[in-house]
Design a protein around this ligand. Structure first.
Ligand code: B16
Ligand code: MG
Length: 213
């Protein structure tokens, strides 16, 4: 009996994954190496500092902690520049309709994102008021695949983990949902999201029968 749905933000509500990719690629190029979309899969859902570690490893680059903070800040400034131009037109297809259908069926809805830029994005797409709870990168101490973000979401909504369905576009996010004991719906490629309970190709396939299993 499903009582709540928890949505990842980047790559599920909006396609900010492409902006994260552009900003990381710019940083990699500046450091003298290439960064492909395939490499970027490993960064999805992962925190900013952990993403940087993965990127530096790819480029075989070793720097001190202070430099790491500076590089992460640089990437975030580029990323913020890209997302500053966002508006409602960037909400992915059927997302708003689906959330309204859930609300009409008395299902609670929350955001469970690793991003510290969550509120900026939700405000620019005017969706802040859509959610009963918002758990973002500022509220968590352990990033996905740790279940913390989704467990805090369930707690804030007052439901049990096994009454929640999570919608995720990242491998780390599907793992986090499964670690939380929740039903995980992957949005994207079956090859990448193989641990999900169900995979849909894109948000056009968001319908109520997904949660009536
Ligand atoms: P920020 P999600 C994640 O958001 C992104 O998928 C990931 O690529 C990013 O590094 C992480 O947020 C941190 O984002 O730098 O904005 O704090 O997919 O969990 O909504
Ligand atoms: Mg995501």
């Amino acid at each position: 009996n499903i009582k709540a749905c928890i949505f990842d933000l980047d790559g599920v509500i909006v396609d900010t994954a492409k902006y994260h990719y552009l900003a990381w690629k710019r940083l990699a190029n500046e450091l003298g190496f290439d960064f492909t979309e395939k490499d970027n899969e490993k960064l999805k859902g992962v925190s900013r500092m952990e993403s940087l570690e993965i990127l530096l490893n790819l480029g075989n680059i070793k720097v001190d902690e202070e430099t790491k903070l500076k590089l992460a800040e640089k990437k975030n400034n580029w990323y913020r520049e890209l997302i500053s131009k966002m508006d409602e037109s960037e909400i992915l297809p059927r997302v708003k309709e689906f959330i309204n259908e859930l609300k009409n069926s008395n299902i609670k809805v929350a955001i469970g994102s690793s991003s510290k830029n969550t509120m900026t994005i939700l405000n620019s797409i005017k969706m802040t008021d859509f959610f009963d709870a918002i758990i973002d990168g500022n509220k968590i101490t352990k990033a996905k695949p740790d279940p913390e973000v989704f467990l805090l979401g369930a707690e804030a909504l007052g439901v049990n983990p096994n009454e929640c369905v999570v919608f995720e576009d990242a491998e780390s996010g599907i793992k986090a949902a499964k670690n939380a004991g929740m039903y995980a719906v992957g949005i994207g490629s079956k090859e990448i999201l193989k641990e999900a309970d169900k995979v849909i190709p894109n948000t056009n396939s968001l319908t109520l029968d997904i949660i009536n299993f």
